[in-house]
Design a protein around this ligand. Structure first.
Ligand SMILES: [Zn+2]
Length: 427
């Protein structure tokens, strides 16, 4: 066994590189804050999916200034016709793609993000406020801030020559908040994701932890049909609401049982380890209070742990509902509105270890590996065998809320991690 006399010499260049990247980013801290302010001002709310083309053009111009060779790829919102969870109101849906490093270079790392945001609680959230080292506004954490970090991380790596003969490809999609079947679905469908890529990272608000796993999503809608009749002649009708109550009961028991099926992946301490299913997120029916309801419906929406088989669960739920309907002779149908498999990359994968190493250097502490409680776009890459991670500056607990913010120093730290990570894998 050899002693480690090499250690100081191997550590030093890495530290030097980190220092050069930090210096490059610190010199652009105002620029980064200004770009985020500009992006927050674009009201790319989804649903319904407004101003997506506008947001893409702002991103393209910013990427142009950073020499990231941007192009806007128009996509069709066609899945909306078949998927009722995807709103058809996407305005100019598209993907913004950019490249750092050598075009068609040897190694490839993906930086992936989304520029749609959830609807605001207050229109004032579209005016970013800079205060006490923070930028406050819609999308600062989830995830226009993450996009700014990824753009500057890629640009730093390119300008400082960290990418060797490799390249970073940036994919920015427009509809993550409603399932991402249009943007990321297009990337997959058009075979624009290369399965040979070394890694993918997305700047979602992981708060400095590394999300190496994410839940899957299964959503369905149950429609029950009855027969309308005037309240005075209620005996002539068939009450769809009553039938729905009978059908929903075993689904509620299913949800309770699933919450007890715990994941083996570590999670944030405040998150529940079971698969989470909500019954009746949406429900309704009938035509008036004084008429026997001729129709009723409810939704079922679940976030499934990576250990679960979603195809099997979809069959199990459908069988439960069909069985309950048969018991009382109810006319019910089930429509699967979303089926997104979970994703996981082992924390022992070399690409995971490299990300943890780089993040440790920048953060000064080793990041935790955690499963994200929601779904992540890592799935589109992980399903192709690409190691995929969520790692970003924002915090999940403020995302989607009225006081969403991101820490400016954290934005730069994440940009540094992205630059060094690409350098580590490609240089
Ligand atoms: Zn997000």
């Amino acid at each position: 066994m050899t002693t480690p006399p090499m250690k100081p010499t191997t550590t030093k260049p890495a530290t030097d590189t980190a220092a050069r990247v930090r210096e490059w980013l610190d010199a652009r801290s105002e620029e980064m804050a200004e770009l985020l302010t500009l992006l927050v001002a674009v009201e790319s709310e989804n649903p319904p999916g407004r101003e997506l083309g506008h947001c893409a053009r702002v991103l393209r111009d910013a990427m142009d200034r950073l020499w990231l060779s941007p192009e806007i790829l128009p996509v069709t919102a066609a899945p909306a016709a078949t998927d009722p969870t995807t709103p058809s109101g996407l305005e100019e849906p598209c993907v913004v793609r950019g490249t750092a490093g050598t075009p068609d270079g040897e190694g490839l790392v993906y930086f992936h993000g989304h520029f749609d945001v959830v609807p605001v609680q207050d229109r004032g959230q579209f005016t970013a406020v800079r205060r006490d080292g923070r930028i406050i506004g819609r999308g600062t954490a989830d995830m226009k801030g993450g996009i700014v970090s990824m753009l500057y991380g890629a640009a730093a790596a390119q300008e400082l020559g960290l990418l060797g003969s490799g390249r970073v490809v940036l994919h920015l999609v427009c509809d993550e908040e409603t399932g991402s079947v249009v943007g990321a679905g297009h990337l997959r469908g058009a075979e624009l994701i290369d399965p040979a890529a070394l890694a993918m990272v997305t700047g979602e608000p992981s708060g400095g932890s590394i999300w190496n796993a994410a839940r899957g999503a299964l959503s369905l809608r149950v429609d029950v049909r009855g027969k309308e009749a005037h309240v005075g002649q209620a005996d002539r009708g068939v009450n769809a609401f009553q039938h729905m109550l009978h059908i929903a009961r075993p689904v509620e028991r299913y949800a309770t049982a699933m919450a007890e099926r715990h994941t083996a992946f570590p999670m944030a301490p405040e998150d529940a380890p079971g698969t989470m299913v909500v019954v009746g997120g949406l429900s309704g029916g009938g035509s008036n209070f004084n008429v026997v309801p001729g129709s009723a419906y409810f939704t079922v929406d679940g976030r499934y742990n990576p250990e679960e088989d979603l195809e099997a669960e979809a069959k199990r739920l459908t069988a439960l509902i069909d069985g309950a309907a048969r018991e009382i002779g109810a006319d019910a149908s089930v429509e699967i509105t979303q089926l997104q498999p979970p994703a996981a990359t082992s924390s022992g994968h070399p690409a995971a270890a490299a990300l943890a190493r780089v993040a440790s250097v920048v953060q000064g502490a080793r990041p935790r590996f955690e499963m994200c409680a929601g779904i992540l776009e890592t799935r589109w890459y992980a399903q192709l065998g690409i190691p995929a991670f969520g790692y970003g500056a924002g915090r999940l607990d403020v995302s989607h809320g009225p006081d969403e913010y991101v820490d400016e120093a954290a934005l730069r730290r994440c940009a540094e991690v992205y630059a060094l990570y690409a350098g580590e894998l490609l240089g």
